[in-house]
Design a protein around this ligand. Structure first.
Ligand code: FE2
Ligand code: FE2
Length: 117
C-alpha cells in the first residue's frame, strides 16, 4: 500500500509503518497458521507506538496530548483484539481489515500531523 499519502515526513516513523504494512501482507498470505503472525503484528504495532513517542521526543516532532491519548486507546484495542484471537472469536479477514483500518486511520488522522500539528 505504501503510497506517499501515508508519509509522515519522518523516515524513521515511515519505515516502521511500512514494516507493519508488510507484515499485514505476510499474515494475509498465511492460511492455517495466521494466528502467530497476527500476535506478532499486534505486538509490533504496540511497540511502534512507544517507539514513535521516543522518536518524537528525540527529533522534536509535535506529539500532542490527543495523539498520546489515542496511542493509549489503540493499545487497549490491541489488547482486546489479542484476547479475541486467543478465544478464536475473530476470523482472519476480519482481523486483517480491522487492524489495517486502525493503522491507516491513525496515520491519516494523527501521525501525518506530527511535523506541522
Ligand atoms: Fe501515532
Ligand atoms: Fe505511527
Amino acid at each position: 500500500m505504501y503510497y506517499s499519502y501515508f508519509s509522515t515526513g519522518s523516515v524513521k516513523i515511515d519505515s516502521e509503518h511500512a514494516n507493519i504494512d508488510c507484515m499485514i501482507d505476510l499474515c494475509r498470505n498465511q492460511k492455517d497458521e495466521w494466528m502467530p503472525t497476527a500476535r506478532v503484528l499486534i505486538s509490533a504495532l504496540a511497540n511502534h507506538l512507544d517507539s514513535e513517542e521516543r522518536i518524537c521526543r528525540e527529533d522534536g516532532l509535535n506529539m500532542t496530548p490527543d495523539h498520546l491519548e489515542e496511542h493509549l486507546q489503540l493499545k487497549a484495542r490491541l489488547a482486546h483484539i489479542e484476547k479475541q484471537i486467543d478465544r478464536a472469536d475473530l476470523e482472519k479477514d476480519e482481523f486483517l481489515s480491522t487492524f489495517r483500518d486502525m493503522l491507516f486511520y491513525h496515520i491519516s488522522n494523527f501521525d501525518k500531523h506530527l511535523k506541522n500539528g
